[in-house]
Ligand binder design. Structure first.
Ligand SMILES: Cc1cc2nc3c(=O)[nH]c(=O)nc-3n(C[C@H](O)[C@H](O)[C@H](O)COP(=O)(O)OP(=O)(O)OC[C@H]3O[C@@H](n4cnc5c(N)ncnc54)[C@H](O)[C@@H]3O)c2cc1C
Length: 465
């Protein structure tokens, strides 16, 4: 598949409410087959709405967060979760900005601690991704427990793809994922756990499937969370029983369920472990991951005074780091065919990305290899360098390194979320959180908000948005 300029233009110009249907018309090969109705209902043929990717909508959602209620109800599927992940994932909101809003909303930092700790999980997974690169796509350590039965199917089973497994809760989660591109954290954990431990689907297969459909799809949070569920990045595999699901869904799936009393996840945790795993949790040496060095491409100091701002999936907003540091510079986003082939993004995911792009004034959007297109467009626009927001993405880093052989590339860091200078190991989140907790719970200092975001270049002053 290729996106030519005319197609890109039509999608960008489509009214936001029509973007999804425009995409479905222009990219018919990306349309998934309809899924049948499940016990939980829903119109399987409808293209359910995708939230708008623009900054205004993101700020409205940010204004609605309630950190105290969040801490109380986060694990309930109807709880006061923020719903901010699609904007955070694409750099429309920064972690520091969400943390600052949360602290401002409550009287004392500890009232916002639960929410800040969850933001820290995202920060942590990104650090791990930056440290391990493409190694996050294979087992980071051996699984904590061996499966009892033989290896399961390598591909996602057809009954899962069509939301017809016969487990009404699972079918409802699949249907929600495919129709909306969104799932509550607990639903992600339950679905991933059932697939990996009950159906024996390799975690990588499930992670790739999630990444295709989630509108907040992000390899760092996604693939590493799947590893965590599988027990390849955790002290034990994550399993759940029906009682747990029933409690956090107010019984909406279990009460009417005809499998009540004999479903796949019925029983105590001891029963489940005995059914699913051949032996108790295996002792392994502690996992140690040294923190990554800062990503720099112009160690001697960049002299770029008029860079082209290269927007990547982590930074599709005029307030994202590189665009904010160089507010008057031209901006370019490139759809990389290698990314398309690897992630096969769903129409909903694409619709959200296009929505973010449509909100960046005068952003140019192209299809092709960034190593070719970015320097070409930079030169054509009279730019003497490239500015890109920091990212753990190995594909972007490799492309940026290739571009840097030819043109200075400045890496722009986001506003600091925490002080990582005391972090010496990324093997477990608890160790990370202990080292960053006190600084993550402090608001961003005014000086950081005003300071130039580029350590080795000469950015123009930041503008707040
Ligand atoms: C199997 C699995 C796959 C996942 N895939 C993704 C993914 O592709 N992209 C993604 O952004 N998150 C992913 N998560 C993490 C988490 O489920 C989502 O970030 C969260 O559900 C988003 O909803 P929210 O914005 O309402 O989160 P809230 O609970 O309101 O949290 C606020 C923010 O904190 C961050 N956050 C919260 N929980 C986590 C977490 N467990 N890990 C990392 N960050 C977190 C997110 O940025 C989130 O927007 C995954 C989790 C699991 C178990």
């Amino acid at each position: 598949m290729a996106l030519d300029d005319a197609t890109i233009d039509s999608i960008l110009r489509a009214p936001p409410a029509d973007r999804l249907t425009t995409l479905a018309r222009l990219l018919p090969e990306s349309v998934d087959p309809p899924i049948p109705s499940t016990a939980s209902g829903g119109d399987p043929r409808s293209l359910a709405a995708v939230p708008r990717g623009d900054r205004r909508t993101a700020l409205d959602a940010l204004a609605a967060i309630d950190p105290v209620e969040y801490a109380r109800t986060r694990n309930h599927v109807g709880g006061a979760v923020t719903g901010l992940s699609p904007w955070i994932r694409h750099g429309v909101l920064s972690l520091a900005e969400v943390r600052d809003a949360a602290l401002a909303r409550v009287g004392r930092p500890d009232y916002a601690e639960k929410l800040v700790a969850e933001l820290a999980w995202r920060d942590y997974w990104r650090q791990v991704h930056a440290a391990l690169g493409n190694r996050i796509f294979t087992d980071v350590e051996s699984p904590a427990a061996a499966a009892r039965s033989a290896v399961g199917p390598a591909a996602m089973p057809a009954d899962v793809l069509t939301a017809s497994t016969g487990m009404p809760c699972i079918d409802a989660f699949v249907q929600r994922l495919l129709l909306t591109g969104r799932l509550h954290n607990h639903e992600r954990m339950w679905l991933a756990s059932w697939l990996v431990h009950v159906r024996r689907v390799p975690w990588r297969t499930g992670a790739d499937w999630f990444l295709r459909h989630l509108i907040d799809g992000d390899p760092a949070s996604n693939h590493l969370s799947w590893q965590w569920v599988a027990g390849t990045f955790s002290a034990k595999p994550y399993v759940f029983n029906r009682e747990n699901l029933q409690a956090y869904t107010n019984g909406s799936h279990c009460t009417p369920c005809r499998l009540l009393g004999h479903c796949d996840v019925e029983g105590s945790y001891d029963d489940l472990h005995a059914r699913l795993f051949a032996a108790p949790v295996v002792a392994r040496p502690p996992l140690r991951i040294p923190p990554p060095p800062a990503w720099r491409l112009a160690p001697g100091g960049s002299t770029s005074t008029r860079p082209l701002v290269w927007l990547t999936l982590d930074s599709i907003a005029s307030t994202s780091p590189a665009a904010a540091a160089f507010p008057d510079a031209p901006r370019l986003f490139v759809f990389d065919p290698a990314w398309f082939a690897a992630e096969r993004p769903s129409l909903k995911r694409l619709a959200f990305i296009f929505d973010c792009l449509a909100d960046v004034p005068d952003a140019a959007v192209a299809w092709g290899d960034p190593r070719v297109i970015v320097p070409k467009r930079a030169r054509a626009g009279g730019c003497n360098g490239v500015a890109v927001a920091d990212t753990p993405c190995p594909r972007v880093r490799a492309s940026a390194a290739a571009i840097a052989a030819d043109l200075p590339v400045v890496v722009v860091e986001p506003t600091r979320f925490c002080d990582r200078s005391r972090v010496d190991d990324l093997g477990r989140f608890s160790r990370y959180w202990n080292r960053i907790r006190s600084t993550a719970l402090r608001p961003t200092p005014q000086a950081d908000l005003e300071r130039p975001a580029v350590p080795d270049g000469r950015p123009q002053p930041r503008r707040s948005g």
